[in-house]
Every structure is written in C-alpha cells, then in structure tokens.
Design a protein around this ligand. Structure first.
Ligand code: FPP
Length: 238
C-alpha cells in the first residue's frame, strides 16, 4: 500500500507505441501490441493502489486519419484485448465502459465493446473507461447539442444551462473529474483529451514509452501526486 492520499480517478494518455517500435526497427503495430500488455499493468496497478476509476485514451477521433493498415491493426487489437481479457476483468471486479463515438467502429468492434460492457457490468472494484474514437471538443459539442435539444423540446430552460448541466452531458458524467493525469513518452500536451474535466487535475509527464509502462511507473506517478498541494484556486489554510 502507498502512504498518503490515493488519487480516486487516474486518467492516462498512452503515448509512445510508435517510437517504441521504431527503436526496435519494428512496424508500428508491434508497438501497439506491446502497449496492450501495458494496459494490463495499468489496470492491475490501479487495483493494487486502490484507484477507483481509470480512464485510458486508446484511440482519438484524429487517429482515424492514420494509415488504414494501422487503424485496422488497432481495431483488431481492441477486439483481441476484449476477447482475451473480459473474463479476467470480470473476475478482478473491473467494470468497463467505452467512451466516444462508437458509431464509427466496425460492426465487430461495436459488438466487442457492447460485450465487454455487458459482461463486466457487475464490477465494483475499478471502473475502467476506454476512450475510443474520442475527442474532447467533440464531447463538449455533443453536450451542447444534447442540451439544445432539451431546450427546443421545452424540457429544459435556457437559464438552467450552467456548468453542472454541461458536466452532466459529458461521457464522463458518472465518475467525476480525474485527480491525476499521466502522459507517457514525454510529450507535454493534452491532445484533445478531457479538456473540461482536467481543469484542476494534477499532471504527471513521464519519459517512459507506453509499452514500457508498468505498476512501478504508476506507483512513481502516485507518489509524485502525493507531494502536490491541491488548492483548486483557493489559498492554503495556515
Ligand atoms: C499512442 O502511441 C497510442 C495509440 C494511438 C494507441 C493506444 C493503444 C494501445 C495502448 C493498445 C491497445 C489498447 C487497448 C485498450 C486494447 P503512438 O502510436 O502515437 O506513438 P508515437 O507517438 O510514438 O508514434
């Protein structure tokens, strides 16, 4: 067990699969395959540490612009991950949700996503959110659209559209904001991930490439988080 406060919700931008493969002179999909193992490390490390919610950025809307071969390798991996891990995730008490525009997935991908959500629905130890075909600006635009529809229907008043109303329409509404965001591979940007939700989140960037991520990396991130002073815009009591 780690001393000190454990971040309830950890989000991760899993980056560096391509570089990991390049360093080994392997095609990029090999990096993604190695990245799948790191997902397992992150899930088990989160359970061990007592994290309650883990939100992983697996595929962005912008990633649809990658070469077709890489996209299909990633989609195949997602289906493989679900087929291989669903029983273990259920046994570990993990409840999986997929966040993003799933209408763009193949029929097989959608079926796999529905299966993992259905078969892990009783999990109470860790909520695992996989962001797939996700973009934060798209998510906020969707929230605005959903609220506008309610106003047009007359079920919501214009003056009731406040921060809470927007929050309630985000994919992440059930889980609250992340306490800690980890980004691997050293890049210092948010890449259209959880822009609304990260307003007061502690950021941790590690040079570790995603396929090399393991429980120790997660532990280091949590230890670093425990040294932070979170003020949420207020001053410290003295
Ligand atoms: C970023 O690395 C990673 C991705 C675009 C895909 C993430 C996918 C996985 C970790 C594997 C499958 C995941 C699940 C949930 C089954 P990059 O390709 O942008 O790396 P680079 O910046 O070094 O090129």
């Amino acid at each position: 067990m780690l001393p000190g406060p454990i971040p309830r919700h950890v989000a991760i931008i899993m980056d560096g699969n391509g570089r990991w493969a390049n360093e080994r002179r392997l095609p990029r999909p090999f990096g993604h395959r190695a990245g799948m193992k790191a997902v397992r490390e992150a899930v088990e490390g989160a359970i061990d540490a007592g994290v309650e919610v883990l939100t992983l950025f697996a595929f962005s809307e912008e990633n649809w612009n990658r070469p077709a071969l890489e996209i299909s390798a990633l989609m195949d991996l997602l289906e493989e991950y679900i087929a291989r891990e669903v029983a273990e995730l259920r046994d570990q008490g993990v409840r999986v949700h997929v966040l993003g525009d799933r209408s763009r997935l193949t029929a097989g991908g959608r079926a796999a996503v529905e299966r993992v959500e259905r078969e892990t629905a009783a999990g109470e130890k860790l909520s695992l959110n996989l962001c797939i075909s996700y973009s934060s600006r798209g998510e906020i635009a969707r929230a605005a659209r959903l609220l506008a529809e309610e106003v047009l229907k007359g079920t919501k008043k214009l003056e009731d559209i406040d921060e809470e109303a927007i929050r309630s329409k985000l994919y992440t509404a059930p889980w609250g904001d992340p306490d800690l965001l980890i980004r691997t591979s050293g890049e210092q940007r948010l890449s259209n991930f959880l822009l609304w939700q990260l307003a007061y989140t502690e950021l941790y960037v590690t040079p570790v490439l995603w396929p090399d991520f393991n429980r120790r990396t997660l532990r280091d991130a949590i230890l670093d988080y425990q040294r932070r002073e979170r003020r949420f815009g207020k001053v410290t009591a003295s």
